[in-house]
Design a protein around this ligand. Structure first.
Ligand SMILES: Cc1cc2nc3c(=O)[nH]c(=O)nc-3n(C[C@H](O)[C@H](O)[C@H](O)COP(=O)(O)OP(=O)(O)OC[C@H]3O[C@@H](n4cnc5c(N)ncnc54)[C@H](O)[C@@H]3O)c2cc1C
Length: 249
């Protein structure tokens, strides 16, 4: 068992995602037939169409571009937040079926995430956090053995595992859902772990579809902070970080 760090990979995505979106929009706004829509878009027209969709709120064509990510090194706490996004598809490593950690440790050993604020307190606090994780492992081992040391035992022994327990998953979202996800989870008000995940995902999709995700990110990039008095008060800083001109809010 041990501490794990976030790993995010873009595993696959719709080929030519910006074409897929722009061609669908082109069909909506022109007399073109389906055999004409793919080949007739210049890069400029493609970008204009995508910008129009994002500006106007005509977001359904964004659903034709789909992105699949592999994620490791997030906590079960973060998983609970991530899976609230109902338009996404998830495959999560099972605590019922998978008894070994990725480090090849004995059955039931779990890896975990150490919150950065614990790390900031200093090495003695990290050591205490790790001691508590080992203590939980002992509780898990007790129940695993008491319940028969088989798959059913694993199902019930896991009830004592912490929110810090690491998980791995594959998640697929279309570009429309990703925009929504980034607007909520790249926000400073989101918890650090899902924000780190969202920012890593945004960096990856921007590499393969820059026009599609140029305006993606927290809502303060596009207008006043919707959190009002509960906002972080750092909209200008956030905009600078995303390379967006300062505006109101
Ligand atoms: C800062 C913050 C604090 C939060 N605090 C809490 C909390 O205290 N307690 C808590 O339980 N959750 C909390 N959440 C989670 C939040 O309530 C949502 O579950 C989560 O953000 C997913 O958002 P969503 O439903 O918009 O997204 P998705 O499920 O991805 O849905 C995307 C969009 O599809 C549409 N949609 C999806 N399903 C339906 C439906 N059934 N009916 C109509 N439209 C639908 C909506 O327009 C929705 O915005 C918090 C989230 C944030 C960002």
């Amino acid at each position: 068992m041990g501490a794990r760090q976030l790993v995010v990979r873009l595993l696959r995505y719709t080929p030519h995602p910006e074409n897929a979106v722009a061609a669908s929009a082109h069909l909506c706004y022109s007399p073109a037939g389906v055999h004409e829509i793919e080949g007739h878009l210049t890069p400029e027209r493609r970008e204009d169409l995508i910008a129009l969709l994002l500006r106007s709120g005509h977001h359904t064509p964004l659903e034709h571009a789909v992105f699949t990510f592999g994620v490791e090194g997030i906590s079960r706490a973060c998983l609970a937040q991530l899976t609230r996004h109902r338009i996404a598809s998830f495959s999560v490593q099972s605590q019922r079926w998978v008894g070994k950690s990725s480090t090849g440790s004995p059955d039931g050993v779990f890896d975990y995430i150490v919150p950065p604020r614990v790390v900031e307190l200093g090495p003695e606090y990290v050591a205490e956090f790790e001691r508590q994780m080992r203590q939980i492992q002992e509780w898990y081992d007790f129940w695993y053995r008491a319940l028969g040391a088989n798959r059913e035992a694993r199902e019930d022994a896991r009830f004592v595992l912490p929110n810090a327990a690491e998980t791995k998953l594959v998640v697929t979202m279309n570009a429309r859902e990703l925009h929504h996800f980034f607007s909520l989870r790249c926000c400073n008000r989101a918890q650090w772990e899902i924000r780190n995940l969202a920012e890593a995902m945004l960096r990856l999709v921007k590499e393969v579809a820059p026009a599609l995700f140029r305006t993606a990110g927290p809502r303060c990039l596009r207008g006043p902070c919707p959190e009002g008095k509960l906002g972080c008060g750092k909209a200008a800083e956030v905009r600078a970080r995303y390379g967006v001109d300062a505006g109101d809010g």
